[in-house]
Design a protein around this ligand. Sequence first.
Ligand SMILES: C[S@@+](CC[C@H](N)C(=O)[O-])C[C@H]1O[C@@H](n2cnc3c(N)ncnc32)[C@H](O)[C@@H]1O
Length: 271
Amino acid sequence: MPEYVLGTDEQERIRLGLQHRLWSACAHQAWERAGLRPEWRVLDVGCGPGWASLDMAQIVGPAGSVFGVDESDRYVQWFNQAMSAAGLPWASAVPGDVHQIALAAAGEAPFDMGYVRWVLCFVQDPGTVVAQVAELLKPGGRLVIQDYFNYECMSLAPRREAFSRGIQAVAQSWRDRGGNPDVMGGMPALLRKAGLRIIHREVIQRFAHPHEQMWTWPTVFWKTFMPRLEEAGYLTAQQHQAFDQAWADATNDPDSFIHLPTVYELIAEKP
Ligand SMILES: C[S@@+](CC[C@H](N)C(=O)[O-])C[C@H]1O[C@@H](n2cnc3c(N)ncnc32)[C@H](O)[C@@H]1O
């Protein structure tokens, strides 16, 4: 299997932490809508270093549990260290491919809730993942998904061509690794096929001005990911430089803003 497209180094671990902080209000709203409460057993699918799990573990408390699965050994190790340092031993993670999550999580099932955020857009077969998670849920259990549709709608206002070219390169690099920046477009059908019934749908559209906290979300992503894109040949050095310049110009223009990629949220229930 090709290496996960965003990488799993220390810089990316920190970026995921900032990303979770900036999006945590949306995550908490979704969990609340799904009914997350003390004593629940939660499966964090593609948990990364565990930023979301840390919050969920505090909500479910010692009578509940959070179980994470991620293909990155490094993230899983960090996850387990972080939970133990935070005094939350009821949260743990194991390494594994989410396409085989039924195997990795069988000993911990059944779950009251599955949570999967920004993972299905990177996997080769999201239908298999969703079907296996559905199997692991209790009757009445809920699956909460937050992911992209129309990722390439991300634009600077006023528009800047070098920026738009960079966004297309990002999306193409995901597609070439088997991912899909439009993954939520096919999700209702995959959930239906997995026997789950959608009980809530939401679209989260954010935008940010240069002086706002949310501006740092893309800023940090460009720093970590654009050099990788150039290295992999998706952008020439000149295109990369033009992209950085477009971003710097927008950052220095207090009237500019970014239309961020649209995040779709679906909550589905197992009958
Ligand atoms: C953008 S991060 C999101 C992490 C976490 N869900 C969050 O919202 O903070 C994507 C994660 O998916 C994991 N991942 C990608 N493909 C995977 C696969 N096939 N099996 C298991 N984990 C995978 C990566 O290792 C990474 O930790």
